[in-house]
Write a protein that binds this ligand. Sequence first.
Ligand code: SF4
Length: 488
Amino acid sequence: MSIFSPRRYQAPFRPMQREKSLPLRLFTGFEQTVKGALFGCRMCGNCILQETAFVCPMTCPKGLRNGLCGGASPEHCEVDPSRPCTWYKIYERAERMGRVDRLLEINAPIDGAKAGRETWLEALRTWRERGEGPHPLDFFKDRAKFDAEWEAFFRALRQPDWWQGDAAYHAPGYEEPVSQLEADLRAGGFVVTGEIAPPLGATGDIIFKKVGWLRDVVSAANFTDNASATARMNSLASSHLALEAGLEPVMQLQARDRSRVALEADALGAAGLGIRDILCLSGDHQRFGPGPVVKPDQFDMDAVQVLWMLRRMRDEGVLLDGRTIKNRPPFFLGAASSPFGAPARFEAIRVEKKVNAGAQFIQTQPIFDYGRFTEWLEALDKRNLLGKVYILAGIIPLKSARAAHFMAEEVPGVVIPPELVARMDAAGDKDGQQEEGVAIALEMIERFKATPGISGMHVMAVHWEEIVPRLVAEAGLGKREPVMEAVM
Ligand code: SF4
């Protein structure tokens, strides 16, 4: 039980190697007791409480260290409905304390060598060795100097050399577009991306069939990466098959099932296969899969951290372990956003972190409520983000009234106004419902086309991909003409 963080006991991390010194073990136990009571501290050994309004982010079941997930709601955590969302608490508290700007720093993933170990004595040792303050007497004599040295000291503690996270925007470190999608977005116009669910099987036949539907009408298509924690052919292999079949893939790379080593390796492998567009995701929690569920704490990194790591691999040629990359991977990096997951001002903070970390395009969750979508856009505009990132608004053509009810009632972060659900209900038989779903999608596309700040749309017609050419044609978007040579 804790005073500042959501109340629910979660076991603390244990050190990889047992500390030999008994006094140190006792001190670690004392620190754990105090910090556990105050913050619900799990002894991650990589404390960022000052950046999270003194609420421990490690009480989030996904262990997210850079903001809330798409399923967060004011009522409860999407993974564990018995408690509130940790990140909601962090945002609300940061607003009350005037510390919102501190939420923008890109926090490092945990250094496992520090997990489970005491931090107070470590901080004291570091302070003495640095010899640069903060000096306690300055607190009374020169408060500005004390505050600056305090900040510099804790920044050095929380931002190790191998990470060096900050709160600044880092423009891409290259000039020419690296992919068809990037070239199309730079060229202006209304860009269309699609989405294909990889097959539940070991051949590429289904991919080739769906590629045939989409190839001439989209700039690129996403290949989902074990969405909803459910295994399918992986996104890397699917993307490679699509590339061979003539469709540029957007490889989804979700953090959930991979360590930082696997993420780096998969991203390098993708670049080696000619895949340029990578959409970085945290991933749905394992609880949403069909089970059996893997062990807890399976998230080594979050989407913001993956973006930061991949951008540095591309622009600085470094891996997290400090080794340099001989041939830097030419990634065009993207991220997802959920305009309706939380209040627009909270979601905009998360988007700003993703853009600062390296996101060059954003694909949103499906939009059915245009009014609330524009609130999210205004929140992004207030943070000066619209000139830094391409926004692709999400579209799902509703295939049936049942699908509309399911999405409206069950899918976190998706809002379908009751009048649209009622239209689907009143649409008659299966064919009528499909026609109504197409009509609703076309109405939404017309609005997107007239909305400043929107660069195109991302059509998620998963398991109904054959509808995409019709949607594109009836939206007046025509056949796509490539503006760049194929990568391979
Ligand atoms: S809703 Fe998401 S961000 Fe919030 S505590 Fe749960 S898993 Fe973490």
